[in-house]
Design a protein around this ligand. Structure first.
Ligand code: NAP
Ligand code: MG
Length: 471
């Protein structure tokens, strides 16, 4: 294998503070409590962060309501759009700072935060800025809902914030957003961007805290809409909490995508797509291609090439520009991945990982492959949310469809084949919100994203993403 000298990105671009407050009504304030956020790559405590209790959530919702009634709701779309364009430009200007901070707090490689997360975040604000004065034309309605309570997970902290905040603001809503407990810092840096863009106070409020803060937010009677991205389990609790109230609800939940490789697929490209599908972002991806379905006649060839490719993946320091796979986001998530992997072995699947040395401190999991997996195995059914791929085989296209759809989820799928007709035939039959053909994990703000079945309901992105925020 190749040896590389370390090539770490400098941390100096980020001015970490010892403590961070909540962002309410345009200002940073104390909360009812505090918690610590750590760097999962070395367990260093990065900062102490305020946690919002019921009184803080109430203050935030009231600020958002006032801003909606007095400023943001009545403002013409073309004026709102200017603020969104300004936010997008500031995000571009400060992209490096955001990328380093995201890698520090989340553990994902700088190569990804720099080249994927941040460009997509800015693109999302630019895209929805463009819709702000064209709602009539979009034909989706022009009346905003009011105050949106938004709760997001830790796997794409700033990108999930962008997916939530940009369409809400473009349509004239104000927001109270709760980031995940393990990754609050880029949301709080985003609050500074709101100040820099001179966004009117109360239009965006950030309440950091644990699950309880999220629960308090979604059940607050003063909000008109709940937008949630996270696990199916918590999504279910939220649906129950909101049921019977006039609140509108969208849920973006888990997934267990099939990445389907046919015998006529170009093997090297397919292997790149398999690797991107499951090892991108440490596999902490709702639409990860965590089930590889490979046609039996080419299974040996594809798996040999995949093992070779996996042996070249570099696992380690997220700030090193050569790193492909960073740290697992938390000790809790690492324990989940370890438990489900152990279950895979216990159920009789065969486990393989490349040789790899890991840092002494921090939370790490070597990219792992399970072969001999059957549909009944837990690793084939449950979302693992880590760098672990289960391999199943099939003989006919009909069998591939049957296996791909044999899951409680329905978020995404991938197809690798030389035949366009087969792509169309398959895409029609796969019960998945997004189907990629000869690629995987491609995101674009113009393209709607969302699931079927236990993957949730509602769409984010594109013109469809506006519909969730207007009457
Ligand atoms: P999670 O445990 O459901 O948490 C998501 C968010 O909800 C966090 O901010 C969490 O706070 C908060 N929360 C926890 N309990 C709550 C409650 N009772 N009421 C309101 N909020 C509550 O999910 P996660 O482990 O952070 O994220 C991984 C999951 O997100 C995976 O299942 C993944 O597939 C899914 N995901 C889906 C999409 C999509 O677009 N479909 C995108 C990304 C991720 P704490 O952080 O304090 O726990
Ligand atoms: Mg953290």
């Amino acid at each position: 294998m190749f040896e590389y000298a370390p090539a770490p990105e400098s941390r100096s671009v980020v001015a970490l503070r010892d403590s961070y407050g909540l962002f309410i009504d345009g200002e940073f304030t104390d909360g009812g409590g505090v918690f610590k956020t750590v760097n999962p790559a070395d367990e260093e405590v990065l900062a102490e962060v305020a946690s919002a209790d019921a009184a803080d959530v109430d203050r935030a919702v009231n600020a958002a309501r006032r801003a909606f009634d007095e400023v943001w709701g009545p403002m013409p779309g073309r004026e709102r759009g200017k603020y969104l364009f300004r936010i997008a430009r500031v995000l571009q200007e400060r992209a490096r700072e955001f990328a380093v901070l995201e890698s520090l707090d989340n553990g994902k490689p700088i190569r990804e935060t720099r080249d994927i997360d941040l460009p997509l975040v800015a693109a999302h604000f630019f895209y929805y800025a463009g819709w702000a004065d064209k709602l009539q034309y979009a034909g989706v309605g022009t009346r905003p809902l009011g105050v949106a309570g938004q709760v997001i997970p830790w796997n794409f902290p700033l990108l999930m914030l962008a997916w939530k905040i940009a369409p809400a603001l473009a349509t004239g809503n104000t927001v109270v957003l709760k980031p995940a407990e393990t990754t609050p810092l880029t949301a709080l840096l985003f609050a500074e961007v709101c100040q820099q863009a001179e966004l009117p106070p109360g239009v965006v409020n950030i309440v950091t805290g644990a699950g309880e803060t999220g629960r308090t937010l979604v059940s607050h009677p003063g909000i008109d809409k709940v937008a949630f991205t996270g696990s199916t389990e918590v999504g279910r609790q939220i649906a129950q909490a909101v049921a019977g109230s006039p609140k509108r609800l969208t849920l973006e939940l888990g997934g267990k995508a099939a990445n389907i490789v046919f015998d006529d697929a170009p093997v090297d490209q397919a292997v790149e797509g398999i690797v991107d599908g499951i090892f991108f972002n440490q596999g902490h991806v709702c639409c990860a291609g965590s089930r590889l379905l490979v046609q039996e006649s080419v299974a040996d060839e594809v798996l040999a090439a995949l093992r070779r490719r996996m042996s070249t993946l570099r696992v380690g320091d997220p700030l090193d520009k050569n790193t492909d796979v960073g740290a697992i986001n938390s000790a809790e998530q690492l324990a989940k991945i370890q438990e489900l992997s152990a279950a895979g072995e216990a159920e009789g699947a065969e486990r393989w990982s490349p040789a790899c040395s890991l840092p002494d401190r921090g939370y790490w999991f070597i990219p792992t492959l399970f072969t001999g997996v059957s549909q009944a195995h837990r690793i084939a059914r449950e979302e693992i949310f880590g760098p672990v791929l289960s391999v199943l085989t099939f003989r006919t296209p009909a069998e591939a469809v049957e296996k791909a759809n044999n899951t409680p989820y329905g978020l995404s799928a991938g197809i690798w084949t030389d035949k366009g007709s087969r792509i169309l035939w398959m895409a029609d039959k796969l019960r998945a919100g997004v189907v990629w053909a000869n690629t995987f994990n491609q995101f674009d703000p113009a393209s709607p994203f969302g699931g079927y079945k236990e993957s949730g309901y509602g769409r984010e992105g594109g013109r469809h993403g506006l519909e969730a925020y207007v009457r």
